[in-house]
Ligand binder design. Structure first.
Ligand code: PLP
Length: 391
């Protein structure tokens, strides 16, 4: 079997290049600690930004929904799976994003893939930031539209491409709100101006922005005060909102259209009542206690400053995502293993997630990390970096 041989070879090459990925089982103890083989580790690799996965109110909401409505939803939203929590959650998400309506998908990945492929057709042109998330890239690939990639957050380049690319249909500019591997914020205010200049729709993916930036954690459009000029806002329930699922916020027309045209929405079984209840409860906590967003960012800034002061190669992140640029994949992997041996879990991010030569460690701070956790993390990192000759 030629294919099987080829698969084996491919994996061998990946291993040689230190690009092989492996699953690691861990048991969450709380938002900031996990057990592996009975041993406790400090976790700085989750997107659980507000630490709400273990909040008593959120857990109770999920448990009580499972008790009342059972577990699996049993059908797609358009058949029998549209249980009552969905509509309430969509109303609440639309309020958070200050849009007319919202539509929940099963994952953020599916929200991006379904939305882009439904909206962009053969005559249309998509302008996509080069560091956009894989789910945006896959949505572009699945659409019939031509996709033009602009240099990361380079507005002059985007302007030039918009000007020079003929388009008989609709232009769509799509960007992450907060870039997932760099932690910087898209220049959405300028993108909106270019959108107006070239009659382009604007789509922003707030997976790492909702609950993290903007007043009350409302995301990137709110951060810049351009909510009324961004037609398509994507979010996820899986990061700050302590559940799983993705969503699109926008006009009634957009939502009605996607409900009828987005295949990842139509042809997949709805989320369980417990998942929706968890997301609703987390959203309620976010709205009632916006201070959590501030606390999160204060903690992240503290750790960033400490690592920078020690001479570590911290990229210019504006959010709780803290990338330490190492460059080489093998070195990055080795460094993450040293940290692991010292009791700290961070992500080793390698190609194809990031461009070749820009492998990095990615730390994420959550509101649940205590000052002691942060001090422990920086202590371990600085000690390991000195030993590795990085600083
Ligand atoms: C995590 C992420 C997604 C996917 O969301 P899921 O709910 O995990 O499927 C989409 N876009 C960005 C920028 C992300 O970071």
């Amino acid at each position: 079997m030629q294919k099987l041989k080829q698969m084996e070879q491919e994996l061998g090459v990946m291993e040689q290049k230190n690009l092989l990925r492996q699953l690691q089982t861990m048991e969450p103890v709380n938002p900031s600690h996990v057990l592996i083989d009975g041993q406790e580790y400090l976790l700085m690799a989750s997107n659980n930004y507000l630490g709400l996965t273990h909040h008593p109110f959120v857990k109770a909401a999920a448990a009580s929904a499972a008790e009342q409505y059972g577990t699996g939803s049993g059908g797609a939203r358009l058949t029998s799976g549209n249980h009552s929590g969905y509509e309430a959650l969509e109303t609440e998400l639309a309020q958070l994003k200050q849009t007319e309506a919202a539509l929940v998908f099963n994952t953020g990945y599916m929200a991006n893939v379904g939305t882009i492929s439904a909206l962009a057709n053969a005559n249309d042109v998509i302008f996509s930031d080069e560091l956009n998330h894989a789910s945006i890239i896959d949505g572009c690939r699945l659409s019939k539209a031509r996709t033009i990639v602009f240099h990361h957050s380079d507005m002059a380049h985007l302007d030039k491409l918009l000007k020079n690319t003929p388009c008989n249909g609709q232009r769509l500019i799509v960007t992450d709100g907060v870039f997932s591997m760099d932690g910087d914020i898209a220049r959405l205010d300028e993108i909106v101006m270019l959108g107006e200049k070239y009659d382009s729709l604007i789509m922003v993916d707030d997976a790492h922005a909702t609950g993290v930036i903007g007043p009350g954690g409302r995301g990137t459009a709110a951060y810049y005060g351009v909510s009324d000029k961004v037609q398509i806002e994507i979010g996820t329930l899986s990061k700050s909102l302590a559940a799983e699922g993705g969503f699109v916020a926008g006009s009634h027309l957009l939502i009605h259209y996607l409900m009828n045209r987005a295949r990842s929405f139509i042809f997949s079984t709805a989320l369980s009542a417990a998942t929706i209840a968890a997301a609703r409860a987390a959203l309620q906590v976010l709205i009632a206690e916006p201070k959590r967003v501030e606390i999160l960012n204060t903690k992240a800034t503290m750790l960033k400053k400490e690592l920078l002061a020690a001479g570590l190669p911290v990229l210019a992140s504006e959010t709780p995502i803290i990338p330490l640029l190492i460059g080489d994949a093998a070195q990055t992997l080795a460094f993450s293993r040293t940290l692991y041996d010292a009791g700290l879990i961070v992500s080793a991010i390698r190609p194809p997630t990031v461009p070749a030569g820009s492998s990095r460690l990615r730390l994420t701070v959550t509101a649940a990390h205590s000052s002691r956790d942060l001090a422990k993390a920086s202590g371990i990192i600085i000690h390991a970096a000195k030993k590795a000759g990085l600083i």
